[in-house]
Design a protein. Structure first.
Length: 277
């Protein structure tokens, strides 16, 4: 029962933010986001697989961004740029995570979740909420009569997004290359961007969604401004809910007895880059 209640609350939060914008197109996009998750949950549960979970999230982003851009009142260059940015990010991250899980054989996070239909359904619903909240400012701004306003703030947002995206891509590639070396099995990475942050990929993720919020800002008004919680939500989600919290606990369990790991924890920032002396 608890999982169903959490699923209902998650949906109400995601749809509630969309409702607050007062834009029917945004409400419809959010409903589509949840419907995609709930439809895909069925084969995922029947087959007891989580292998296309992350890919489904990316497909949902691409679907609702494309839907809103297509349905928006008139062509707008800023809206096109923002839409393409999010689609490129979704394709890159979704394919990266899909092939990583395919190579690993499973996503260990779901090992105890898959057997429970309500708990597994909850994770799919939460993914719908993640997509809805993160994309809210973008789809709302694109849906406005003028679309994305291309001003100085928009340019700052573009630069912020590009920097964040590049950091995420480089960090992921560095870790993938590190893990591909047999001698590095059961070791932790401390080179490249990982020497400045223990989770530089998450720093990039937070930064790019900050860029999306900045690009969207000038087109929003009134209650629509609530959609700007996107980068804050991303930070809370990655640091306190899923990514960092789980990875740090796993790391301490695996390497916590090593002095080199303790030194790495002491000298390297969790998220934000810490320059070496």
């Amino acid at each position: 029962m608890k999982n169903i209640i959490i699923s209902i609350i998650a949906f109400l939060i995601g749809y509630g933010i969309a409702f607050a914008t007062g834009v029917d197109l945004v409400k419809n996009a959010v409903v589509i986001a949840y419907l995609i998750q709930w439809v895909l949950f069925v084969p995922a549960y029947l087959l007891q697989t989580e292998k296309f979970y992350d890919l489904a999230g990316s497909i949902t982003y691409i679907s609702i961004i494309s839907f809103v851009f297509y349905k928006s009142s008139e062509f707008n260059l800023g809206s096109l740029i923002l839409s393409l940015f999010i689609i490129i990010w979704a394709v890159r991250l979704g394919s990266f995570l899909f092939f990583r899980i395919k190579e690993a054989g499973e996503d260990k996070r779901f090992r105890d979740i898959k057997p429970s239909p309500t708990r597994f359904f909850m994770t799919w619903t939460l993914q719908g909420t993640w997509v809805s909240i993160c994309s809210a400012c973008a789809i709302t701004a694109i849906s406005t009569a003028k679309g994305i306003i291309m001003n100085e703030l928009f340019i700052i947002g573009v630069i912020t997004f590009i920097i964040g995206f590049l950091i995420e891509v480089v960090a992921d590639n560095q870790k993938t290359k590190f893990r591909s070396i047999p001698d590095n099995k059961d070791k932790f990475i401390t080179s490249g961007l990982w020497s400045y942050s223990r989770h530089p990929n998450y720093f990039g993720e937070i930064s790019l969604w900050l860029g999306v919020a900045i690009m969207s800002f000038s087109s929003l008004k009134g209650w629509q401004l609530i959609t700007l919680i996107s980068p804050i939500f991303t930070y809370i989600l990655l640091v306190y809910v899923s990514g960092v919290r789980l990875l740090e606990a796993r790391g301490k369990q695996k390497w916590g007895h090593l002095d080199s790991y303790k030194e790495y924890l002491d000298n390297t920032s969790t998220i934000f880059f810490k320059l070496k002396k």
